[in-house]
Design a protein around this ligand. Structure first.
Ligand code: NAD
Length: 352
């Protein structure tokens, strides 16, 4: 049985990826190294915790001794690296940990993988020829777009926040291990994900939670910032394809061609909630009916913009579509309904 080290899988994307991957590949064992920062939650992995092919290791990707121990103890033959500090707002307040985790942590994993899998540059140890290091990254490394254009794999890096700069730095370290040592690497740069198990601090859970609790729904600036939204399982399917079939040393952009601005998202979520969980059925709106809002939309409130807020991100996914046959199964309007239902269960205990 082949062991793959996955990092940061108590977080949002990794915890969607692990059950999907374990079910699809009965020949793999997954070892999940996660520090359980505020963003990691083992509740997200309840469904796999008793799976004999899944092992959790609590620890830091920057801890070289621990990473070496894991490679030796489990004879790791592949890495899929999700662990990161991932919230732009936090990177503005506290950038240092972003550089530490995202740059140094990626370096530590890569360098241990290089030493364990290769004799010297471009020469693999016998039996380790196919070991691959897959780095999960973001479209934010490309900076911001105007009204027109899309990010391709050729777009020059121009990261604007400490988060995206640290992810860009980690991508460059991965690139250098390909170029200098001939490591079998692949990088995927994905657009904004949404779906079950995302941390409460992120945009879509924040909108849903505030709406159903009857609180103001905060929208930065004029609400016109555009992101290219991808349902998390579609991202997981893209990672699966790139890990197994992507060409060594290549980068693949993953994005769903679903550009939506923040105000549209807030309005859409409110419309769906109005339909499936109307305010008059919601105990958070107990007050007199003439004071009660008629729609969740009345809770939308504009707040001071995030400093340096990138205006628009949008991905050209032609390469992964054409080379690997990837396609998003969900569009925003289908994926968001599943997502809202999941959060209604989480926040209200309601199946609707
Ligand atoms: P997340 O913040 O939900 O989860 C991050 C996980 O990493 C947590 O479980 C946390 O405990 C763990 N972690 C943090 N520091 C660690 C350390 N030093 N050692 C070990 N574990 C550590 O993040 P996410 O949204 O699941 O994102 C996963 C990856 O995907 C990140 O690399 C992120 O940059 C990338 N990505 C995210 C998105 C998105 O929309 N969420 C989009 C594109 C790319």
């Amino acid at each position: 049985m082949k062991t793959i080290l996955v990092t940061g899988c108590a977080g949002f994307i990794g915890s969607n990826f692990v059950p999907y991957f374990l079910e699809k590949y009965p020949e793999y064992r997954l070892v999940n190294l996660d520090l359980l920062t505020y963003a990691g939650n083992l509740e997200n992995l309840r469904e796999v915790e008793n799976d004999p092919r899944y092992t959790f290791v609590h620890g830091n990707i920057c801890n070289r001794e621990l990473v070496e121990y894991i490679f030796d103890a489990y004879d790791v033959r592949g890495v899929i690296h999700f662990a990161a500090e991932s919230h732009v707002d936090n990177s503005i307040k506290n950038p240092g940990i972003f550089v530490e985790t995202n740059v140094n942590g990626t370096f530590t994993l890569l360098d241990v993988a290089y030493k364990r899998w290769m004799e010297k540059p471009f020469v693999h140890k016998k039996g380790y020829e196919t070991c691959r290091f897959h780095h999960i990254s973001t479209d934010e490394v490309y900076g911001t777009l105007g009204e027109e254009g899309l990010f391709t794999e050729e777009t020059p890096y121009a990261p604007n926040s400490p988060y995206s700069a640290s992810k860009a730095g980690s991508d460059m370290v991965v690139r250098s291990y390909r170029h200098t040592y001939g490591m079998n690497t692949v990088i995927t740069n994905c657009s904004n994900n949404y779906g079950p198990k995302q941390h409460d601090e992120k945009l879509i859970p924040t909108i849903i939670r505030n709406a159903i609790h009857g609180n103001p729904i905060p929208i930065y600036g004029d609400g016109k910032n555009i992101r290219d939204w991808l349902y998390v399982l579609d991202h997981c399917k893209g990672i699966d394809l790139a890990y197994h079939e992507g060409r060594a040393g290549e980068t693949y952009n993953i994005g769903g061609r679903n550009e939506r601005n923040n105000l549209y998202i807030a309005n859409k979520i409110c419309e769906i909630l109005d339909d499936i969980y109307p305010v008059e059925n919601n105990p958070s709106f107990r007050y007199e009916s003439d004071e009660r809002p008629s729609s969740y939309k009345e809770l939308i409130t504009f707040v001071e913009d995030r400093p340096g807020h990138d205006r628009r991100y949008a991905i050209d996914a032609t390469k992964i579509e054409n080379e690997l046959g990837w396609r998003a199964d969900e569009n925003f309007e289908t994926g968001i309904v599943k997502t809202i239902r999941w959060y209604l269960k989480k926040y209200e205990g309601k199946e609707v």
